[in-house]
Design a protein around this ligand. Structure first.
Ligand code: ADP
Length: 450
Protein backbone atom coordinates (compact mmCIF):
# COMPACT_ATOMS: atom_id res chain seq x y z
CA UNK A 1 0.00 0.00 0.00
CA UNK A 2 1.13 3.53 -0.78
CA UNK A 3 2.25 5.30 2.42
CA UNK A 4 3.35 8.78 1.33
CA UNK A 5 1.98 10.74 -1.64
CA UNK A 6 3.61 13.76 -3.22
CA UNK A 7 0.92 15.96 -4.73
CA UNK A 8 2.28 17.68 -7.84
CA UNK A 9 -0.33 20.43 -7.88
CA UNK A 10 -1.71 23.43 -6.02
CA UNK A 11 -5.00 25.04 -4.99
CA UNK A 12 -8.22 23.21 -4.29
CA UNK A 13 -7.21 19.99 -6.01
CA UNK A 14 -4.05 19.67 -3.91
CA UNK A 15 -6.24 19.95 -0.80
CA UNK A 16 -8.80 17.56 -2.22
CA UNK A 17 -6.10 14.91 -2.67
CA UNK A 18 -4.64 15.59 0.79
CA UNK A 19 -8.08 15.01 2.33
CA UNK A 20 -8.37 11.57 0.77
CA UNK A 21 -4.82 10.67 1.83
CA UNK A 22 -5.37 11.78 5.40
CA UNK A 23 -8.52 9.69 5.72
CA UNK A 24 -6.59 6.69 4.40
CA UNK A 25 -3.72 7.21 6.86
CA UNK A 26 -1.34 8.22 4.06
CA UNK A 27 1.26 11.00 4.59
CA UNK A 28 1.30 13.92 2.14
CA UNK A 29 4.03 16.04 0.61
CA UNK A 30 3.10 19.41 -0.90
CA UNK A 31 5.25 21.10 -3.52
CA UNK A 32 4.94 24.80 -4.15
CA UNK A 33 6.34 27.78 -6.01
CA UNK A 34 7.68 30.80 -4.11
CA UNK A 35 4.38 32.57 -4.92
CA UNK A 36 2.47 29.85 -3.04
CA UNK A 37 4.56 29.76 0.16
CA UNK A 38 1.48 30.81 2.18
CA UNK A 39 -0.98 28.60 0.33
CA UNK A 40 -3.38 26.33 2.19
CA UNK A 41 -2.12 23.18 0.46
CA UNK A 42 1.32 23.95 1.89
CA UNK A 43 0.02 24.64 5.39
CA UNK A 44 -2.05 21.50 5.64
CA UNK A 45 0.43 18.98 4.19
CA UNK A 46 2.63 16.83 6.39
CA UNK A 47 5.70 18.12 4.55
CA UNK A 48 6.27 20.82 1.95
CA UNK A 49 9.05 21.48 -0.53
CA UNK A 50 9.59 24.68 -2.51
CA UNK A 51 10.27 23.70 -6.11
CA UNK A 52 10.87 26.99 -7.87
CA UNK A 53 9.84 30.53 -8.79
CA UNK A 54 6.22 31.61 -9.57
CA UNK A 55 6.17 30.73 -13.25
CA UNK A 56 4.54 27.30 -13.62
CA UNK A 57 7.15 26.29 -16.16
CA UNK A 58 9.83 26.59 -13.48
CA UNK A 59 7.83 25.10 -10.60
CA UNK A 60 4.68 23.01 -11.09
CA UNK A 61 5.95 21.82 -14.49
CA UNK A 62 9.53 21.31 -13.33
CA UNK A 63 9.88 17.52 -13.46
CA UNK A 64 13.43 17.41 -12.05
CA UNK A 65 12.50 19.54 -9.04
CA UNK A 66 9.36 17.50 -8.36
CA UNK A 67 11.24 14.20 -8.53
CA UNK A 68 13.97 15.54 -6.23
CA UNK A 69 11.27 16.61 -3.76
CA UNK A 70 9.83 13.08 -3.90
CA UNK A 71 13.25 11.52 -3.30
CA UNK A 72 14.20 13.85 -0.43
CA UNK A 73 10.90 13.26 1.37
CA UNK A 74 10.74 9.52 0.67
CA UNK A 75 7.36 9.68 -1.09
CA UNK A 76 6.35 6.44 -2.77
CA UNK A 77 3.71 7.82 -5.14
CA UNK A 78 2.84 10.99 -7.05
CA UNK A 79 -0.65 12.30 -7.69
CA UNK A 80 -0.64 14.86 -10.52
CA UNK A 81 -4.17 16.31 -9.95
CA UNK A 82 -5.51 17.99 -13.12
CA UNK A 83 -3.73 20.41 -15.47
CA UNK A 84 0.05 20.85 -15.09
CA UNK A 85 1.75 17.43 -15.58
CA UNK A 86 -1.37 15.29 -15.26
CA UNK A 87 -1.53 14.34 -18.94
CA UNK A 88 2.19 14.31 -19.63
CA UNK A 89 3.13 10.76 -20.64
CA UNK A 90 6.86 11.38 -20.19
CA UNK A 91 6.27 12.54 -16.66
CA UNK A 92 4.27 9.40 -15.84
CA UNK A 93 7.05 7.30 -17.35
CA UNK A 94 9.81 9.13 -15.44
CA UNK A 95 7.91 8.79 -12.16
CA UNK A 96 7.67 5.03 -12.64
CA UNK A 97 11.31 4.77 -13.73
CA UNK A 98 12.20 6.31 -10.39
CA UNK A 99 10.39 3.49 -8.64
CA UNK A 100 7.39 5.60 -7.61
CA UNK A 101 3.75 4.86 -8.34
CA UNK A 102 2.05 7.30 -10.71
CA UNK A 103 -1.54 7.74 -9.52
CA UNK A 104 -3.10 7.65 -12.96
CA UNK A 105 -3.14 5.53 -16.10
CA UNK A 106 -0.15 4.04 -17.93
CA UNK A 107 2.11 6.39 -19.90
CA UNK A 108 1.07 4.52 -23.04
CA UNK A 109 -2.62 5.29 -22.52
CA UNK A 110 -1.90 8.93 -21.67
CA UNK A 111 0.06 9.21 -24.92
CA UNK A 112 -2.61 7.53 -27.05
CA UNK A 113 -5.40 9.71 -25.69
CA UNK A 114 -3.27 12.89 -25.58
CA UNK A 115 -3.21 12.96 -29.36
CA UNK A 116 -6.83 13.49 -30.34
CA UNK A 117 -6.35 11.84 -33.70
CA UNK A 118 -4.98 8.59 -32.24
CA UNK A 119 -7.63 8.82 -29.52
CA UNK A 120 -10.39 8.90 -32.14
CA UNK A 121 -8.86 6.11 -34.24
CA UNK A 122 -8.48 3.96 -31.13
CA UNK A 123 -12.04 4.57 -29.98
CA UNK A 124 -13.47 3.91 -33.42
CA UNK A 125 -11.66 0.57 -33.52
CA UNK A 126 -13.19 -0.23 -30.13
CA UNK A 127 -16.71 0.44 -31.39
CA UNK A 128 -17.25 3.92 -29.92
CA UNK A 129 -19.22 6.29 -32.20
CA UNK A 130 -17.39 9.47 -33.32
CA UNK A 131 -18.26 12.94 -34.61
CA UNK A 132 -18.20 12.66 -38.43
CA UNK A 133 -15.03 14.15 -39.89
CA UNK A 134 -11.62 13.54 -41.40
CA UNK A 135 -10.01 10.17 -41.15
CA UNK A 136 -6.96 11.32 -39.21
CA UNK A 137 -4.74 14.35 -39.81
CA UNK A 138 -5.34 16.62 -42.80
CA UNK A 139 -2.32 16.75 -45.11
CA UNK A 140 -3.27 20.07 -46.72
CA UNK A 141 -5.98 22.67 -47.27
CA UNK A 142 -7.30 20.83 -50.32
CA UNK A 143 -7.94 17.74 -48.18
CA UNK A 144 -9.74 19.94 -45.63
CA UNK A 145 -11.99 21.31 -48.40
CA UNK A 146 -12.80 17.82 -49.65
CA UNK A 147 -13.74 16.44 -46.22
CA UNK A 148 -15.76 19.58 -45.43
CA UNK A 149 -17.78 19.06 -48.64
CA UNK A 150 -18.40 15.44 -47.67
CA UNK A 151 -19.58 16.06 -44.10
CA UNK A 152 -21.23 19.41 -44.91
CA UNK A 153 -20.64 22.88 -43.48
CA UNK A 154 -20.24 24.24 -40.80
CA UNK A 155 -17.06 22.39 -39.86
CA UNK A 156 -14.47 22.68 -37.13
CA UNK A 157 -10.72 22.50 -37.65
CA UNK A 158 -9.14 21.10 -34.48
CA UNK A 159 -5.58 20.66 -33.25
CA UNK A 160 -4.45 17.05 -32.72
CA UNK A 161 -2.60 18.22 -29.61
CA UNK A 162 -5.46 20.54 -28.54
CA UNK A 163 -6.61 21.25 -25.01
CA UNK A 164 -8.30 24.01 -23.05
CA UNK A 165 -10.35 24.95 -26.11
CA UNK A 166 -7.32 26.21 -28.01
CA UNK A 167 -6.47 25.46 -31.62
CA UNK A 168 -10.11 25.12 -32.68
CA UNK A 169 -11.68 27.16 -35.48
CA UNK A 170 -15.11 27.03 -37.13
CA UNK A 171 -15.64 27.43 -40.85
CA UNK A 172 -19.29 28.32 -41.48
CA UNK A 173 -18.98 28.05 -45.25
CA UNK A 174 -16.40 27.18 -47.93
CA UNK A 175 -15.37 30.85 -47.91
CA UNK A 176 -14.06 30.56 -44.34
CA UNK A 177 -12.14 27.33 -44.59
CA UNK A 178 -8.83 28.77 -45.67
CA UNK A 179 -8.76 31.17 -42.73
CA UNK A 180 -9.94 28.55 -40.20
CA UNK A 181 -7.28 26.19 -41.49
CA UNK A 182 -4.43 28.67 -41.12
CA UNK A 183 -5.58 30.20 -37.81
CA UNK A 184 -6.12 26.79 -36.17
CA UNK A 185 -2.70 25.62 -37.33
CA UNK A 186 -0.94 28.78 -36.19
CA UNK A 187 -2.65 28.60 -32.79
CA UNK A 188 -1.79 24.91 -32.44
CA UNK A 189 1.84 25.55 -33.38
CA UNK A 190 2.14 28.39 -30.86
CA UNK A 191 0.32 26.61 -28.01
CA UNK A 192 1.42 23.00 -28.46
CA UNK A 193 4.43 23.06 -30.80
CA UNK A 194 2.51 20.75 -33.14
CA UNK A 195 0.39 22.09 -35.99
CA UNK A 196 -1.26 18.84 -36.99
CA UNK A 197 -5.00 19.41 -37.42
CA UNK A 198 -8.11 17.37 -38.24
CA UNK A 199 -11.67 18.23 -39.18
CA UNK A 200 -15.03 17.53 -37.58
CA UNK A 201 -18.56 18.41 -38.48
CA UNK A 202 -19.50 21.39 -36.30
CA UNK A 203 -22.54 20.25 -34.38
CA UNK A 204 -25.16 22.99 -34.08
CA UNK A 205 -26.97 22.07 -30.88
CA UNK A 206 -25.19 19.32 -28.95
CA UNK A 207 -24.78 18.86 -25.25
CA UNK A 208 -21.40 18.02 -23.77
CA UNK A 209 -21.91 14.78 -21.88
CA UNK A 210 -19.02 12.91 -20.32
CA UNK A 211 -18.76 9.56 -18.63
CA UNK A 212 -16.68 8.90 -15.51
CA UNK A 213 -14.81 5.61 -15.61
CA UNK A 214 -12.56 3.72 -13.20
CA UNK A 215 -10.51 0.69 -14.16
CA UNK A 216 -8.23 -1.37 -11.94
CA UNK A 217 -5.04 -3.29 -12.77
CA UNK A 218 -7.00 -6.57 -12.84
CA UNK A 219 -9.22 -5.84 -15.83
CA UNK A 220 -12.30 -4.54 -13.98
CA UNK A 221 -13.88 -1.39 -15.45
CA UNK A 222 -16.98 0.38 -14.17
CA UNK A 223 -18.63 3.70 -14.98
CA UNK A 224 -20.21 6.18 -12.58
CA UNK A 225 -22.73 7.73 -14.90
CA UNK A 226 -22.51 11.00 -16.74
CA UNK A 227 -21.89 14.66 -16.14
CA UNK A 228 -23.52 17.33 -18.28
CA UNK A 229 -20.91 20.03 -18.88
CA UNK A 230 -22.68 21.91 -21.65
CA UNK A 231 -22.51 25.26 -19.89
CA UNK A 232 -19.25 26.58 -21.33
CA UNK A 233 -17.75 29.90 -22.28
CA UNK A 234 -14.96 29.79 -24.86
CA UNK A 235 -15.04 26.00 -24.57
CA UNK A 236 -14.34 26.28 -20.82
CA UNK A 237 -16.82 24.65 -18.44
CA UNK A 238 -18.51 26.86 -15.85
CA UNK A 239 -21.34 24.83 -14.31
CA UNK A 240 -21.73 21.05 -14.36
CA UNK A 241 -24.46 18.63 -13.33
CA UNK A 242 -24.83 14.93 -12.62
CA UNK A 243 -26.91 13.44 -14.11
CA UNK A 244 -27.72 15.15 -17.34
CA UNK A 245 -31.25 16.54 -17.54
CA UNK A 246 -31.35 15.20 -21.12
CA UNK A 247 -30.56 11.50 -20.69
CA UNK A 248 -32.87 8.60 -20.07
CA UNK A 249 -31.79 5.66 -17.92
CA UNK A 250 -31.71 3.47 -21.02
CA UNK A 251 -29.39 5.90 -22.86
CA UNK A 252 -27.09 6.09 -19.83
CA UNK A 253 -26.92 2.33 -19.64
CA UNK A 254 -26.19 1.96 -23.31
CA UNK A 255 -23.40 4.54 -23.54
CA UNK A 256 -22.03 3.24 -20.24
CA UNK A 257 -21.84 -0.26 -21.67
CA UNK A 258 -20.13 0.93 -24.89
CA UNK A 259 -17.58 2.96 -22.92
CA UNK A 260 -16.74 0.35 -20.29
CA UNK A 261 -16.41 -2.36 -22.94
CA UNK A 262 -14.02 -0.17 -24.94
CA UNK A 263 -11.87 0.68 -21.93
CA UNK A 264 -11.79 -2.84 -20.66
CA UNK A 265 -10.57 -4.03 -24.09
CA UNK A 266 -7.87 -1.35 -23.88
CA UNK A 267 -6.87 -2.55 -20.41
CA UNK A 268 -7.38 0.97 -19.08
CA UNK A 269 -6.33 1.55 -15.49
CA UNK A 270 -7.28 4.31 -13.00
CA UNK A 271 -9.67 7.25 -13.58
CA UNK A 272 -10.65 8.44 -17.02
CA UNK A 273 -13.39 10.44 -18.68
CA UNK A 274 -14.85 9.90 -22.12
CA UNK A 275 -16.26 13.11 -23.56
CA UNK A 276 -19.12 13.05 -26.03
CA UNK A 277 -21.25 15.51 -27.92
CA UNK A 278 -24.84 14.36 -27.67
CA UNK A 279 -27.47 15.47 -30.14
CA UNK A 280 -30.74 13.92 -31.37
CA UNK A 281 -30.19 10.86 -29.21
CA UNK A 282 -26.73 10.19 -30.68
CA UNK A 283 -23.45 10.14 -28.78
CA UNK A 284 -20.32 11.24 -30.65
CA UNK A 285 -16.95 10.78 -28.94
CA UNK A 286 -14.69 13.87 -29.00
CA UNK A 287 -11.87 13.10 -26.58
CA UNK A 288 -10.76 11.24 -23.49
CA UNK A 289 -9.19 12.81 -20.42
CA UNK A 290 -6.79 10.44 -18.68
CA UNK A 291 -6.98 12.08 -15.26
CA UNK A 292 -9.23 13.30 -12.50
CA UNK A 293 -11.45 16.16 -13.73
CA UNK A 294 -12.27 19.47 -12.08
CA UNK A 295 -15.95 18.50 -12.06
CA UNK A 296 -15.45 15.05 -10.46
CA UNK A 297 -17.30 16.04 -7.22
CA UNK A 298 -20.77 15.98 -8.85
CA UNK A 299 -20.19 12.31 -9.65
CA UNK A 300 -18.93 11.67 -6.12
CA UNK A 301 -22.10 13.16 -4.66
CA UNK A 302 -24.59 11.18 -6.75
CA UNK A 303 -22.63 7.91 -6.61
CA UNK A 304 -21.44 8.25 -3.01
CA UNK A 305 -17.87 7.43 -3.99
CA UNK A 306 -14.50 9.06 -3.19
CA UNK A 307 -12.83 9.02 -6.60
CA UNK A 308 -9.43 10.08 -5.26
CA UNK A 309 -9.47 7.27 -2.71
CA UNK A 310 -10.32 4.88 -5.55
CA UNK A 311 -7.44 6.25 -7.64
CA UNK A 312 -5.00 5.62 -4.78
CA UNK A 313 -6.34 2.11 -4.14
CA UNK A 314 -6.02 1.30 -7.84
CA UNK A 315 -2.45 2.67 -7.97
CA UNK A 316 -1.65 0.43 -4.98
CA UNK A 317 -2.73 -2.57 -7.05
CA UNK A 318 -5.99 -3.23 -5.22
CA UNK A 319 -8.95 -4.56 -7.20
CA UNK A 320 -12.04 -2.32 -7.38
CA UNK A 321 -13.95 -4.84 -5.29
CA UNK A 322 -17.34 -3.99 -6.82
CA UNK A 323 -19.07 -4.33 -10.15
CA UNK A 324 -21.30 -2.13 -12.30
CA UNK A 325 -24.37 -3.51 -10.54
CA UNK A 326 -23.06 -2.13 -7.22
CA UNK A 327 -22.85 1.45 -8.54
CA UNK A 328 -25.99 3.32 -7.52
CA UNK A 329 -26.87 6.86 -8.45
CA UNK A 330 -29.01 8.87 -6.15
CA UNK A 331 -30.37 12.41 -6.47
CA UNK A 332 -28.87 15.26 -8.42
CA UNK A 333 -25.67 17.29 -8.00
CA UNK A 334 -24.58 20.66 -9.41
CA UNK A 335 -21.17 22.31 -9.33
CA UNK A 336 -20.51 26.02 -9.85
CA UNK A 337 -16.93 26.98 -10.60
CA UNK A 338 -16.16 30.17 -8.74
CA UNK A 339 -13.54 32.09 -10.69
CA UNK A 340 -11.94 35.31 -9.52
CA UNK A 341 -13.09 37.16 -12.63
CA UNK A 342 -15.32 40.07 -13.49
CA UNK A 343 -18.77 38.43 -14.00
CA UNK A 344 -19.40 40.50 -17.14
CA UNK A 345 -16.06 40.93 -18.87
CA UNK A 346 -14.37 37.78 -17.47
CA UNK A 347 -11.18 39.74 -16.85
CA UNK A 348 -9.15 38.01 -14.11
CA UNK A 349 -9.43 39.74 -10.74
CA UNK A 350 -6.43 38.77 -8.64
CA UNK A 351 -6.06 40.44 -5.23
CA UNK A 352 -6.46 39.78 -1.53
CA UNK A 353 -9.53 38.10 -0.07
CA UNK A 354 -10.59 40.30 2.81
CA UNK A 355 -13.64 38.48 4.09
CA UNK A 356 -14.63 34.90 3.40
CA UNK A 357 -17.74 33.09 4.47
CA UNK A 358 -18.17 29.59 3.05
CA UNK A 359 -21.76 28.37 2.71
CA UNK A 360 -22.82 25.22 4.55
CA UNK A 361 -25.84 23.20 5.53
CA UNK A 362 -27.32 19.97 4.24
CA UNK A 363 -25.93 18.79 0.91
CA UNK A 364 -23.45 21.66 0.44
CA UNK A 365 -19.76 21.11 -0.26
CA UNK A 366 -17.16 23.75 -0.98
CA UNK A 367 -13.83 22.59 -2.41
CA UNK A 368 -11.42 25.47 -2.16
CA UNK A 369 -8.02 26.48 -0.84
CA UNK A 370 -8.75 30.15 -0.12
CA UNK A 371 -8.97 31.83 3.27
CA UNK A 372 -9.50 35.37 4.60
CA UNK A 373 -6.29 37.30 4.07
CA UNK A 374 -5.21 35.06 1.16
CA UNK A 375 -3.64 36.87 -1.75
CA UNK A 376 -4.62 35.26 -5.07
CA UNK A 377 -1.42 35.10 -7.13
CA UNK A 378 -1.77 36.35 -10.72
CA UNK A 379 0.27 33.47 -12.16
CA UNK A 380 -2.22 30.62 -12.21
CA UNK A 381 -5.76 29.67 -13.01
CA UNK A 382 -8.50 32.03 -11.83
CA UNK A 383 -10.68 29.30 -10.27
CA UNK A 384 -10.67 29.88 -6.50
CA UNK A 385 -13.44 27.54 -5.37
CA UNK A 386 -15.96 24.97 -6.47
CA UNK A 387 -19.35 24.99 -4.84
CA UNK A 388 -21.15 21.67 -5.07
CA UNK A 389 -24.65 20.78 -3.91
CA UNK A 390 -26.52 17.50 -3.76
CA UNK A 391 -30.27 17.06 -3.33
CA UNK A 392 -32.92 14.41 -4.06
CA UNK A 393 -34.16 16.12 -7.25
CA UNK A 394 -32.77 18.59 -9.79
CA UNK A 395 -35.27 21.28 -8.73
CA UNK A 396 -34.17 20.94 -5.12
CA UNK A 397 -30.50 21.01 -6.15
CA UNK A 398 -31.10 24.28 -8.02
CA UNK A 399 -32.83 25.82 -4.99
CA UNK A 400 -30.03 24.60 -2.74
CA UNK A 401 -27.35 26.06 -5.01
CA UNK A 402 -29.18 29.39 -5.13
CA UNK A 403 -29.34 29.42 -1.34
CA UNK A 404 -25.65 28.42 -0.99
CA UNK A 405 -24.52 31.11 -3.45
CA UNK A 406 -26.55 33.68 -1.50
CA UNK A 407 -24.68 32.70 1.67
CA UNK A 408 -21.26 32.74 0.06
CA UNK A 409 -19.19 35.86 0.80
CA UNK A 410 -15.88 36.43 -0.99
CA UNK A 411 -14.87 40.06 -0.42
CA UNK A 412 -11.90 41.79 -1.97
CA UNK A 413 -11.97 40.29 -5.46
CA UNK A 414 -14.63 40.02 -8.14
CA UNK A 415 -16.11 36.58 -8.76
CA UNK A 416 -18.55 35.00 -11.20
CA UNK A 417 -21.09 34.31 -8.41
CA UNK A 418 -23.55 36.94 -9.80
CA UNK A 419 -23.45 35.19 -13.20
CA UNK A 420 -24.19 31.82 -11.59
CA UNK A 421 -27.19 33.38 -9.82
CA UNK A 422 -28.54 34.60 -13.15
CA UNK A 423 -28.03 31.23 -14.83
CA UNK A 424 -29.78 29.36 -12.01
CA UNK A 425 -32.75 31.75 -12.15
CA UNK A 426 -33.18 31.39 -15.91
CA UNK A 427 -36.29 29.43 -17.02
CA UNK A 428 -34.45 27.55 -19.82
CA UNK A 429 -31.74 26.45 -17.44
CA UNK A 430 -34.36 25.41 -14.92
CA UNK A 431 -36.05 23.28 -17.56
CA UNK A 432 -32.68 21.71 -18.41
CA UNK A 433 -33.15 23.04 -21.91
CA UNK A 434 -29.66 24.05 -23.04
CA UNK A 435 -26.82 23.13 -25.41
CA UNK A 436 -23.08 23.95 -25.52
CA UNK A 437 -23.94 27.27 -27.20
CA UNK A 438 -26.44 28.38 -24.55
CA UNK A 439 -24.07 30.15 -22.15
CA UNK A 440 -22.35 32.28 -24.81
CA UNK A 441 -25.76 33.50 -25.99
CA UNK A 442 -26.92 34.04 -22.43
CA UNK A 443 -23.84 36.12 -21.58
CA UNK A 444 -24.21 38.17 -24.79
CA UNK A 445 -27.91 38.81 -24.02
CA UNK A 446 -27.08 39.91 -20.47
CA UNK A 447 -24.53 42.38 -21.76
CA UNK A 448 -26.85 43.68 -24.48
CA UNK A 449 -29.65 44.15 -21.94
CA UNK A 450 -27.54 46.48 -19.79
P1 ADP B 1 -10.39 20.74 -25.53
O1 ADP B 1 -9.54 19.53 -25.31
O2 ADP B 1 -9.63 21.91 -26.06
O3 ADP B 1 -11.26 21.05 -24.36
P2 ADP B 1 -12.62 19.33 -26.87
O4 ADP B 1 -12.43 18.49 -28.06
O5 ADP B 1 -12.84 18.65 -25.56
O6 ADP B 1 -11.36 20.35 -26.75
O7 ADP B 1 -13.80 20.34 -27.11
C1 ADP B 1 -14.12 21.36 -26.19
C2 ADP B 1 -15.50 21.89 -26.46
O8 ADP B 1 -15.58 22.43 -27.79
C3 ADP B 1 -16.60 20.84 -26.39
O9 ADP B 1 -17.04 20.62 -25.09
C4 ADP B 1 -17.65 21.49 -27.27
O10 ADP B 1 -18.32 22.50 -26.54
C5 ADP B 1 -16.85 22.17 -28.35
N1 ADP B 1 -16.70 21.27 -29.52
C6 ADP B 1 -15.71 20.37 -29.74
N2 ADP B 1 -15.92 19.68 -30.90
C7 ADP B 1 -17.06 20.16 -31.43
C8 ADP B 1 -17.84 19.87 -32.62
N3 ADP B 1 -17.44 18.95 -33.51
N4 ADP B 1 -18.97 20.57 -32.82
C9 ADP B 1 -19.39 21.53 -31.95
N5 ADP B 1 -18.71 21.84 -30.83
C10 ADP B 1 -17.57 21.18 -30.55
Amino acid sequence: MISKVLIANRGEIALRIQRACREMGIKTVAVHSTADADAMHVRLADEAVCIGPPSARDSYLNVAAILSAATITGADAIHPGYGFLSENAEFAETVEEHGLAFIGPTAEHIRTMGDKITAKTTMRALGVPLVPGSDGALPDLQAAREVAEQVGYPVLIKAAAGGGGRGMKVAQTADDIEEAWSVARAEARAAFGNDEVYLEKYMNRPRHIELQILGDAHGNVVHFGERDCSLQRRHQKLLEEAGSPALTDAEREEIGRTATEALSRMGYRNAGTLEFLYQDGQFCFIEMNTRLQVEHPVTEMVCNVDLVREQIRIASGEPLGYTQADVRMSGHAIECRINAEDPETFMPSPGTIKVLHAPGGLGVRMDSAIYAGYRIPPYYDSMIAKLIVHAPTRAEAIARMQRALDECVVDGVKTVIPLHQKILADPSFQKGDYTIHWLENFVAAQRAGK
